[in-house]
Design a protein around this ligand. Structure first.
Ligand SMILES: Nc1nc2c(ncn2[C@@H]2O[C@H](COP(=O)(O)OP(=O)(O)O)[C@@H](O)[C@H]2O)c(=O)[nH]1
Ligand SMILES: [Mg+2]
Length: 237
């Protein structure tokens, strides 16, 4: 057996184990009636800024909480905690993505049935998080106007693993001569029909439409029996 064959086998086993934990998490989330939304993007695309706003605005009406993953520091948890929502930092050390088992451990001590929404900010990375199901109902992929319109073409896997795209920092679009038509075409080329929201965490442009979307997706998810919902995530090959 070559070392390469062995590496592939180990990777398949890790992913399989993750899928088992993720499936159990998804059933637990659904049983508790909590709608779980994860965020993936490159570092600095604006996940924490968007999430801080989301928690602050949704908290007026819903019970919300967040988990946030980074290789090091509790900086993002401190930013998110300004919303007054319960927040926990997951420190991954050298690991470039969150795994379902990390979510399971981080949830110890939290009563899920006390929550309407749980948000999970993944480690900033456009490659590693794509293969790991976290049991979430909805995965958002963020792409900021400063990153280049062709990012979806360069990193198709992460866009394929997500349900919805958000174009962030839209307040900076004119300053960086952002080409919205090209960006939308890149996303649609990789994932035809994908819903796209333009948002700014600074000006809050687009936030209400985005929050309305989250509310309606939660209402729809809660109307579906748990048995029909399990295994919604399709990890890319
Ligand atoms: N102008 C502008 N800056 C933003 C926006 N969202 C985030 N930023 C800035 O972009 C940087 C990275 O944001 P952060 O939320 O930490 O990104 P993350 O690494 O994806 O969590 C910070 O300096 C933010 O203040 C936005 O909507 N508009
Ligand atoms: Mg962050």
């Amino acid at each position: 057996m070559s070392p390469k064959t062995r590496m592939i086998e180990v990777r398949q086993n890790v992913l399989k184990q993750n899928d088992i934990v993720a499936r159990a998490l998804r059933e637990r989330f659904h049983g508790a009636g909590v709608f779980v939304v994860s965020l993936v993007s490159s570092p600095g695309a604006g996940k924490t800024a968007l999430l801080e706003n989301t928690l602050t605005l949704l908290r007026q009406q819903y019970r919300v909480a967040a988990l946030v993953g980074d290789l090091a520091t509790e900086n993002d948890a401190a930013r998110l905690a300004r919303s007054q929502a319960p927040v926990k930092q997951i420190i991954t050390g050298t690991v470039c993505h969150l795994e379902a088992a990390m979510i399971e451990s981080a949830l110890a001590g939290w009563k899920l049935s006390d929550l309407d929404f749980l948000f999970i900010e993944n480690v900033g990375n456009l490659v590693c998080p794509s293969s790991y199901d976290l049991g979430e109902d909805l995965r958002l992929v963020l792409m900021s106007v400063t990153e280049g319109e062709d990012k979806p073409l360069k990193y198709p896997t992460i866009f394929n693993s997500a349900d919805v795209a958000l174009i962030t920092k839209i307040d900076l679009a004119a300053a960086v001569e952002f080409d919205a038509t090209a960006a939308n075409a890149s996303i649609q080329a990789v994932r035809p029909g994908m819903a796209i929201f333009d948002v700014s965490a600074k000006s809050r442009q687009g936030m209400e439409e985005f929050l309305d979307f989250l509310r309606s997706r939660r209402d729809v998810a809660r109307a579906v029996p748990a048995s029909q919902d399990a295994g919604a995530f399709a990890a890319p090959d």
